[in-house]
Design a protein around this ligand. Structure first.
Ligand SMILES: [Zn+2]
Length: 406
């Protein structure tokens, strides 16, 4: 049996040479951080290492790959003691991390480094610490007489718009597997987050007609029409700000909408035939993203394109859906919400600005909350870290979660 006191700071194993059977959270974190799983890279080395470590403990993992087979999600079930694989709780985390490009770090971002009770490394907080704790607990989970299974779900490409998790959820559906609840371990300081906004990203291409800039009536200026649409998007945003709906538990208590990238034009004396821009909106749970997007599309269809076509018959506006992460609003009635609240002794209602994969699990009928070690303020920055005591709190949380399924 594991010694309860042999936590993160314990001495039983902190090097790569240890058997995967006895790697503690810190050793796992050291290992996971050593893989540069920036979203643009493959995560297969990490995933295959985890798969092999699980297999060495008798746990078979299912991988679901992207189309190019350069990345994979991993889903593994630790069955209940009677072999049951349905139900139970999913511990979920993403394996990719944001780039370190242009950042100055005090130590190598891919070498876990301890200073002042903190472990520094890219992904330490977001969110390899949570994955490390879940892997370290596997031997204990397996030794517990559990009435319900525990599932491990590790995704790819979360940071570029929750691209991997839907592939994993489709694979679960195909296998007919479901769970009673899910805990997404994004860094919340081990407090319970029950809601976040949805993220919806769109790319818009406005196609006009080029002409010499001295001959304006012969052209159709794509930048000018894009500007009209961008202003319209701002008006919709202002409408939400002025009229709600509102939820004061968020930093910004209404749905936001903003244009953040614009590209267009080739020369100072040429009327541009193309202008491309991206806009996003972050909807409150309960506000349908489709209804927000419909306002944009209605303006394009009924006003903008007809105006453009009076100048140029083939004028066109194309809108493509980009990254998308649905909002989360956990119910206090759900068993997983009550369980995580009980295990963390946290009854506060917290709603956050950032998006996670939690809404995707919720959308396929798996009640989900967000709770993980570290703090979002420490994520994505140079010198990202997770405090050792946060990892220890996370380990205790997972151990109690396992025991609660006994
Ligand atoms: Zn994250």
């Amino acid at each position: 049996m594991h010694d309860e006191s042999a936590g993160v700071a314990g001495v039983n194993c902190t090097s790569f040479s240890c058997s995967p059977l006895i790697m503690n959270t810190r050793a796992w974190l050291e290992k996971l951080v050593s893989f540069d799983t920036t979203s643009r890279n493959s995560n297969l080395d990490l995933i295959e290492t985890v798969r092999d470590a699980l297999l060495a403990q008798g746990v078979q993992a299912h991988l679901s790959h992207n189309a190019e087979r350069s990345k994979a999600n991993l889903f593994a079930t630790l069955p209940a003691h009677d072999g049951q694989t349905q139900g139970g709780i999913i511990l979920s985390g993403h394996t990719d991390v944001v780039p370190v490009d242009g950042q100055t770090w005090a130590s190598d971002p891919f070498t876990l480094t301890e200073r002042d009770g903190k472990l520094f490394g890219r992904g330490a907080a977001d969110m390899k610490g949570y994955i490390a704790a879940s892997l370290a607990l596997v031997p204990e989970f397996l030794a517990m007489p559990r009435a319900k299974p525990i599932h491990l779900a590790y995704s790819y490409d979360e940071e570029v718009g929750c691209v991997g998790a839907p592939v994993m959820l489709a694979e679960l559906k195909a296998r007919g597997l479901s769970a009673d609840g899910c805990v997404v371990g994004e860094p919340t300081g081990m407090q319970v987050v029950v809601a976040h906004k949805g993220i919806n990203l769109f790319t818009c291409k406005v196609h006009g007609r080029a002409a010499h800039s001295s001959l304006t009536p012969r052209g159709c200026n794509a930048i000018e029409y894009a500007a009209q649409l961008i202003c319209r998007i701002r008006e919709i945003a202002d409408h939400f700000k002025a009229n709600g709906p509102y939820d004061d538990l968020y930093d910004v208590p209404f749905t936001t909408m903003t244009t953040n990238l614009v590209k267009g034009g080739i020369a100072v004396n040429t009327i541009p035939d193309l202008c491309e821009f991206t806009y996003e909106f972050r909807n409150l749970p309960g506000m349908s993203p489709a209804s927000v997007q419909a306002r944009v599309e209605q303006y394009v269809r009924d006003e903008l394109v007809p105006r453009m076509r009076r100048e140029f018959e083939q004028a066109e506006v194309e809108i493509q859906t980009g990254a998308f992460a649905p909002s989360l609003e956990a119910s206090e009635q759900d068993a997983v919400t009550a369980l995580v609240r009980a295990l963390t002794q946290d009854s506060a209602t917290r709603k956050v600005a950032y998006g996670t994969e939690a809404g995707l699990f919720q959308d396929v009928g798996i009640p989900t909350v967000v709770c993980g070690p570290g703090h979002i303020e420490q994520a994505h920055k140079p010198d990202e870290f997770v405090a050792i005591d946060q990892l220890e709190t996370c380990e205790r949380f997972m151990r109690k979660l396992g025991q609660s399924l006994a």
